[in-house]
Write a protein that binds this ligand. Structure first.
Ligand SMILES: [Zn+2]
Ligand SMILES: [Zn+2]
Length: 359
């Protein structure tokens, strides 16, 4: 080790005085030339250092557009469909197996609501598979055929369109059902099937029926009454689970009952192919919801898989993680892309009209 180091030390010891002598001679010869040489050496050294550290330009000076492009996430391709069905539970706190449950269907067309008490879990999911592979479930009879009577009791109601009539469903006294046993259960407490009453309507809509799985509290399982799942069945043979979006907080909480049926139809028309659908009717109409980042733009983007809807058109490109829950965004889609198209369409029409006008 010692012998290896010595020659290097010797060379340095010899080079330093040589360089010093060279610089002194140079300075005596021409001070201007000396300064130029030192300056060039400085430039070359700093250039080499920057190149070696891999930064062509200091980080602060880099264009923000570069980081922005790397943060762009996949935009999910969406298809708009109109959902004619709506179902709500009136006073869920008071609903129970013995007292029954009050449903308020709100449909855009005349509908039939069929309630199956104690419906077999397995048979219901087999029925959904049959909708995909065998026959479409578009009438109460078709679900009946798929369920093989694996339920305890059935009730049926006719619902006129846009009529939010309350329907009270209850197991009859003589059914003598107190509970559906310990969890995990083989039967759902209540399954409601909504189908279009008019055959012509089934041709118009992509969504031909809605299956809602409802939990009703009983003696052994007292969790509050609520809709557990909603499946939208499409005429083409797919079915999608209807899920809510999580909007940012400054909502004025407009209830869906305040919106007109027309608004509801446009609002509920957004359905994602993969199975996530827009279920909150007030989302489109209320433009007062501000982006959580800039506090200025209107919230328009849904982040997946967390379903937080909290960013505006301007801010979406800066985020790879959801600003609400920090989950990585795999995909995203806009709520109102069709309005932009509509605007484009209207401006185009306006441009066509204007040249013809006499001012
Ligand atoms: Zn924003
Ligand atoms: Zn999130």
């Amino acid at each position: 080790m010692r012998t290896a180091r010595q020659p290097v030390g010797a060379v340095v010891r010899r080079l330093v005085p040589m360089a010093a002598v060279f610089l002194v001679t140079l300075y005596e010869y021409s001070p201007l030339f000396y300064i130029t040489v030192v300056f060039v050496c400085f430039l070359v050294t700093s250039g080499l250092v920057l190149a070696w550290s891999g930064l062509g330009v200091p980080v602060i000076l880099r264009n923000s557009e570069e980081t922005e492009s790397s943060a762009r996430v996949l935009k999910k391709q969406m298809r708009q469909v109109k959902n004619p069905f709506g179902l709500e539970i009136l006073h869920p706190a008071t609903a129970s197996l013995t007292k029954g449950i009050t449903l308020t269907p709100d449909c855009l067309e005349d509908c039939i609501v069929t309630c199956y008490w104690g419906c077999s879990v397995q048979k219901l999911h087999e029925a959904l598979q049959k909708h995909v592979y065998c026959f479409r479930i578009k009438t109460p009879q078709s679900l009946e055929d798929a369920l093989y009577s694996e339920y305890l009791y059935r009730q049926q109601y006719f619902i006129k369109k846009n009529d939010k009539e309350e329907k009270h469903c209850q197991l009859p006294e003589d059914a003598q059902v107190v509970d559906f046993g310990p969890v995990p259960r083989s039967r759902y407490p209540l399954v409601a099937l909504l189908t279009l009453a008019d055959e012509e309507d089934r041709e118009i809509y992509d969504i031909i029926s809605l299956v809602a799985v409802i939990h009703v509290p009983d003696e052994s399982y007292r969790l509050p009454c609520r809709i557990l799942y909603q499946y939208l069945l499409l005429a083409q043979g797919q079915y999608h689970e209807l899920k809510q979006l999580y909007m940012s907080a400054n909502s004025t909480a407009a209830s869906s009952s305040d919106t007109s049926p027309h608004e509801r139809s446009t609002d509920r028309s957004l359905l994602e192919k993969a199975g996530l659908a827009e279920d909150e009717p007030e989302l489109h109409e209320e433009n007062s919801k501000d982006c959580v980042v800039c506090q200025n733009g209107t919230v328009n983007w849904v982040l997946l898989p967390c379903r937080h809807t909290c960013l505006c058109d301007g801010c979406i490109k800066y985020f790879q993680q959801c600003p609400m829950c920090r989950q990585f965004v795999q995909e995203s889609f806009p709520l109102c892309s069709e309005t932009e198209q509509d605007e484009d369409e209207s401006t185009r029409i306006l441009q066509e009209v204007l040249p013809g006008r006499v001012f």
